[in-house]
Design a protein around this ligand. Structure first.
Ligand SMILES: CC(=O)SCCNC(=O)CCNC(=O)[C@H](O)C(C)(C)COP(=O)(O)OP(=O)(O)OC[C@H]1O[C@@H](n2cnc3c(N)ncnc32)[C@H](O)[C@@H]1OP(=O)(O)O
Ligand SMILES: O=CC(=O)O
Ligand SMILES: [Mg+2]
Length: 349
């Protein structure tokens, strides 16, 4: 185990010092771009101002024979638009650690994108050892290429072993920015008998006892991801990093997408992936608190100015704990208001 002070030492001579706190960023949607496609890449300058994060995807969904083109396309895309100037995060999802593309992904992107890159998303993270390896590898490359700020790491939780080790992964390095649930790979890893990318399943439900009259029995679909979500959210919150929902593959079902995103938002997630332009607005709507919720939260804060005691608002008891919940909502609203004038007006913040 590292000593407390050792944790915050650069891992290579000349590498930037590790961050002590996460940068304050709104990351409601991480918009996935397949960077090997010229046509889609050409749309990035138009899409960028509408999202919080643009991610160049190099891993799954990129055909094996287009991996080099995707990497080159991402480097070109990263340098063609001033994402930082727009207040948009720039991320990439690299190929997994045991793949033939991993080494070139990391080395060429640190060299070609450098300080413009905010976060490297690492798929199929199994345990803290994967993060320790990335931590050291990035430090050496950052030193070699003279980066001024550390590249942050985001792990995808998408193997049974990863879920088993999620707490250790979340705390493995000061580089850790967050973790996303990867329901597609996780389903395969767990031998789940499904063919979906996230969301619910109509056969996963609880059914009432047989009725005396033999009538139809009420059944309700349950949330197949709840356990994993809750485990991931607690691990992230305990380590001061951000949990995210990952992909929702039914592009043709915006209603179910919105529900899946909303469940994640209510449980504590900061955002979700958008795979298709139509999912950007869904994520923006869901991960920006409702103005009515912000208004009520502001009333709680006003009712208990020092955050202690007890108050009644509209028949509901408020105390120190609801004051803290209200502060979470108002702080979130304030961060969003700082980048969105319409929501700033709606929130009165
Ligand atoms: C389990 C996981 O790992 S999930 C993560 C990996 N998967 C991904 O990253 C998928 C990313 N998304 C995509 O590749 C595409 O959206 C697809 C394949 C799902 C659907 O693509 P299409 O069938 O082309 O969708 P559709 O025809 O509705 O697209 C409408 C327009 O949006 C564009 N578009 C589609 N997806 C994107 C995107 N992610 N970013 C920017 N533009 C996009 C299309 O090029 C098309 O443009 P056009 O009107 O100029 O022709
Ligand atoms: O990478 C994401 C997943 O769901 O798998
Ligand atoms: Mg995956």
């Amino acid at each position: 185990m590292k000593t407390a002070r050792g944790f915050f030492k650069p891992l290579a001579i000349g590498a930037p010092a590790p961050l002590r706190d996460l940068p304050v960023r709104v990351e409601r949607m991480i918009h996935f771009v397949p960077p090997h496609l010229d046509k889609v890449r050409a749309k990035v300058p138009e899409i960028a101002p509408t999202v919080d994060v643009i991610l160049g995807n190099l891993e799954d969904a990129i055909p094996a024979d287009a991996k080099d083109a995707a990497r080159a396309g991402f480097i070109e895309m990263a340098n063609a638009t001033d994402f930082a100037g727009l207040g948009v995060g720039l991320w990439t999802r690299i190929n997994c650690l045991n793949s033939p593309w991993h080494f070139d992904d990391v080395t060429q992107i640190v060299e070609g994108v450098g300080d413009r890159l905010d976060v490297m998303m690492v798929p199929k993270v199994e345990g803290p050892w994967d993060i320790h390896y990335m931590d050291q590898f990035l430090a050496v490359l950052e030193a070699r290429h003279g980066l001024k700020k550390p590249i942050q790491l985001h792990a995808i939780l998408e193997t049974a072993e990863g879920v088993m080790n999620v707490e250790a992964i979340a705390g493995a390095s000061p580089r850790m920015q967050g973790i996303s649930l990867g329901p597609a790979d996780l389903a395969a890893s767990r031998q789940m008998k499904t063919t979906r990318v996230g969301g619910g399943h109509p056969f996963y439900k609880v059914i009432e006892d047989p009725r005396a009259d033999g009538g139809p029995r009420v059944a309700a679909q349950q949330d197949i991801w709840h356990y994993t979500f809750a485990k991931m959210v607690d691990a992230c919150a305990a380590h001061g990093i951000k949990p995210f929902y990952g992909p929702f593959g039914a592009i043709d079902d915006p209603e179910a997408c919105e529900q899946q995103f909303r469940n994640a938002f209510l449980l504590g997630c900061a955002g979700a992936w958008s795979l298709h332009p139509s999912q950007i607005a869904i994520a923006k709507k869901v991960f920006s608190p409702d103005p009515a919720e912000i208004a009520f939260a502001k009333r709680i804060l006003e009712a208990m100015p020092d955050g202690t005691g007890v108050a009644m608002l509209d028949g509901k008891m408020q105390d120190d704990a609801t004051w803290k919940q209200a502060k979470v909502l108002v702080d979130c609203g304030r961060q969003i208001a700082a980048r969105d004038p319409d929501l700033a007006a709606a929130y009165g913040l």
